[in-house]
Design a protein. Structure first.
Length: 317
């Protein structure tokens, strides 16, 4: 499993990198455009690096990455005017607007599907054993098997887990972690029964897993109960022996603040134009994240779209 840097060691280095990047951008006369991503080894961080390579300096932009714990923190940054753009899950936006005013948040461009990954240990859980004898094997194979069980989550997946719990009517218990490393340690120690993660497949941190872990499916009737927010998806991870596992997916968008001035809107419009015009290099360059292959030019986000001048438009599910 990929080991994530600790917050103590990563924070000073990250702060220094951001300071140097901002200094260089200012020295070159280009105002920096801070973009909130996700965990350092996650899909959003990887896609940002690809985007910066293709649409950064070459397009006259100074994109600066600001890693985050997930979509919730990224939305908070947009609301506090700390970043110009953010990679976020649309299910997080839809959930938060039921209790908050997110009118300032707009979608610059629709990105890729973000499948729900449900993971459990392959070996069954043994319950009811007395003095090492007897007991009952409990197998976890689908979302429906997680009722009353403990499910580990982090970042934007916290909101996803709550939505699925409510809409699919599976009453599991949610336990929050700092990231995949902590959650997987808890799973292997049987302190939780499953892990729920959300992100563009393949998730980089899952490369280090072996067949002691398996993917759980989200079949009917649970998938049907989730169709108001999520769409059907399939997951394949050959190193786990998983091919075409049924699940559901939300949508990722590059979200921005609904700025009005030409100075603030200019870099955002330039970024959108570059992304759309350079989508083939983003997809085809060896080493770029495979999620770019699922981004479609002209795809309409399921969230109000950023249009200079203010009024947003959106597609309906």
């Amino acid at each position: 499993m990929t080991t994530l840097p600790s917050r103590r060691t990563a924070a000073p280095a990250l702060a220094l990198t951001l300071t140097l990047t901002t200094f260089l951008a200012t020295a070159q006369g280009t105002a920096p455009t801070p973009v909130s991503t996700g965990l350092p080894q996650g899909t959003y961080s990887s896609m940002f690096k690809d985007l910066n390579e293709v649409c950064g300096a070459a397009a006259g932009l100074s994109l600066v990455e600001k890693p985050s714990s997930g979509s919730n923190e990224s939305v908070d940054r947009l609301l506090r005017n700390e970043v110009s753009a953010a990679f976020v899950q649309t299910d997080v936006l839809h959930a938060r607007r039921t209790t908050e005013d997110l009118g300032i948040v707009r979608a610059l461009v629709a990105l890729h599907p973000e499948p729900v990954h449900l993971l459990a240990l392959t070996a069954p859980l043994v319950e009811g054993r007395v003095l090492g004898l007897g007991g009952k094997d409990v197998h976890f194979n689908t979302l429906g098997d997680l009722g009353k069980r403990r499910v580990g989550v982090w970042g934007g997946a916290v909101v996803t887990a709550r939505l699925i719990q409510l809409q699919a009517e599976v009453d599991y218990r949610i336990t929050e972690f700092n990231g995949p490393e902590d959650a997987m340690q808890a799973l292997r120690a049987r302190r939780i029964d499953a892990v729920l993660a959300v992100g563009g497949a393949p998730l980089a941190w899952m490369r280090g897993l072996d067949r002691s872990v398996k993917l759980l499916s989200v079949p009917e009737p649970w998938a049907g109960k989730l169709r108001n927010v999520y769409r059907p998806a399939k997951l394949s991870y050959s190193h786990l022996g998983a091919q075409g596992v049924a699940t559901v997916a939300t949508e990722a968008v590059l979200a921005v603040r609904d700025v009005r001035s030409a100075v603030a809107a200019g870099p955002l419009l330039k970024l959108r134009t570059c992304l759309q015009q350079q989508l083939d290099p983003l997809r085809d360059t060896v080493g770029h994240h495979s999620a770019w292959g699922q981004v479609e030019v002209g795809s309409v986000p399921h969230w109000p779209v950023f249009e200079r001048g203010g009024a947003g438009s959106t597609a309906q599910r």
